[in-house]
Design a protein around this ligand. Sequence first.
Ligand code: C5P
Length: 220
Amino acid sequence: MIADYFKSKKIVISAGPTYEKLDPVRFIGNYSTGKMGYALATELANLGADVHLVSGPTALSIDHPSITLYRIESALEMYDICVREFQNADIAIMSAAVADYRPEHYNDIKIKKNEEILTINLVKNPDILATLGKSKKSGQIVVGFALETHNEIENATEKLHRKNADAIVLNSLNDAGAGFKHSTNKITIILQKGRIFEFGLKDKTAVAKDIVTCISENFN
Ligand code: C5P
């Protein structure tokens, strides 16, 4: 039974965007709303899981006795909490839209518009999903997301293997209503050994149910 499967399991979920600070008033970010991760957190908490939701800045609120919410801003802050909480967790679901790069330097004071062309050096952020995938112990399950625009299945499968994840939830930008700006999503779940499950366009709450059902049925 699905409820029994998740009961008392510790689950780390990342959600939302990350903000990478440039100066006291500016950052590099993205349009992620966090809805997918918050829907997963609510669904899993209702099934009895001990949920640790690591969230970038979002307009969403969540209040559930089984959800511990960590509000962070940057990818490095998200990395630290996810790595720490995953050590004794059963499952990690990384649904955040983590900024791939952060400014090399933070300016203590507001950057002035003196230059015609302003160059900002960016350095790569650590890949949280890949870090968890590579450090996972026997029995731990790591699930990632992939947003692809072309060769979707091929690219998502490559991501599954490269990051040593157990499952990748693929959303294609070619599907109307899918992706991180919408409240609906259309997903394909890719598991190891070439197992693929396709789903129709649904509200993110219904998508969250499909994802947790797929996990409980395939990793029991
Ligand atoms: O490589 P890409 O960014 O497409 O991979 C997406 C997946 O990896 C998502 O699950 C996302 O949360 C995760 N990710 C991460 N840390 C990063 C970049 C992506 O956890 N620095």
